[in-house]
Design a protein around this ligand. Structure first.
Ligand code: ZN
Ligand code: FE
Length: 254
């Protein structure tokens, strides 16, 4: 089976899109479509032609360029079947447990509501790559715009259960902002201290801190660490449920 290449590009103020390219067929997918020009520029840089668009959720920074990209390329647009605010221009709606083929590669669909009710994540098990949308961020998780804390906690748990080496592409560069909160609630976590130092160095050079891995997030992301004794101690919630600890963390993060 031919290899896929991944190319991440920034757009708007702090978003990331990703192109997925199959060299053998020439098929190229883009994850999310907040800015058609940014995606078309990234495609032109590589000489790739867009064939598929994978949409994670309805927010404008993920869909604002959808119709322009579709008009420019004729790409096949895949997006969430679960609806909150309807997304115009979808050719195919997918839901939790669906399995797609992209140029002969398996793409598993995960519904991870919480940030929005329509949030879909795309997981490529053969490559070990997850597109987490605005569900899981580097050192953070999405704000609860539509779902409740228990819905988000359930979604995060399904992501936590992925193989630790899974590479996680999230949709925003939020590591430093998230890290400033993480270090408050988990100040003695050496993995977190080291990760923050690396992230600061990368951002100083204007380089991305995305992607990360599930393993890194398990070691350092407070929203993956509701069971951690030091965080519980810090919150004075030693005997609380993991959900209650997560809920408190999400509340404090604002
Ligand atoms: Zn969003
Ligand atoms: Fe977003």
């Amino acid at each position: 089976m031919s290899q896929l290449s991944f190319f991440q590009f920034p757009y708007l103020s702090d978003n990331y899109g990703v192109l997925i390219h199959d060299a053998e067929s020439g098929d190229t997918a883009c994850v999310d479509a907040g800015d058609a020009d940014a995606a078309l520029t990234a495609l032109a840089e590589h000489g790739w032609t867009l064939t598929h668009l994978f949409i994670t959720h309805h927010h404008a920074d993920h869909t604002g360029g959808l119709e322009a990209l579709k008009a420019a390329t004729g790409c096949h647009v895949i997006g969430p079947a679960p609806e909150s605010v309807p997304i115009a221009g979808l050719d195919q709606r997918v839901n939790d447990g669906d399995e797609l083929q992209f140029a002969g590669h398996t793409v598993q669909v995960m519904h991870t509501p919480g940030h929005t009710l329509d949030m879909i994540n795309y997981y490529l098990p053969e490559q070990g790559v997850l597109f987490a949308g605005d569900t899981l961020f580097t050192l953070g998780c999405g704000k609860l715009f539509e779902g409740t804390a228990d819905v988000m906690w359930n979604s995060l748990n399904t992501l936590m259960a992925l193989p630790p080496e899974t590479v996680v592409y999230c949709s925003h560069e939020y590591t430093l902002e998230n890290g400033a909160f993480a270090i408050q609630v988990d100040p003695n976590n050496q993995n977190l201290i080291d990760r923050l130092r690396n992230a600061e160095a990368l951002r100083e050079k204007n380089q991305p801190t995305v992607p990360s891995t599930i393993a890194e997030e398990l070691l350092t992301n407070p929203f993956f660490r509701a069971a951690d004794p030091a965080i519980r101690q810090h919150l004075n919630m030693i005997t609380a449920s993991d959900l209650d600890v997560f809920t408190e963390l999400r509340k404090r993060r604002g």
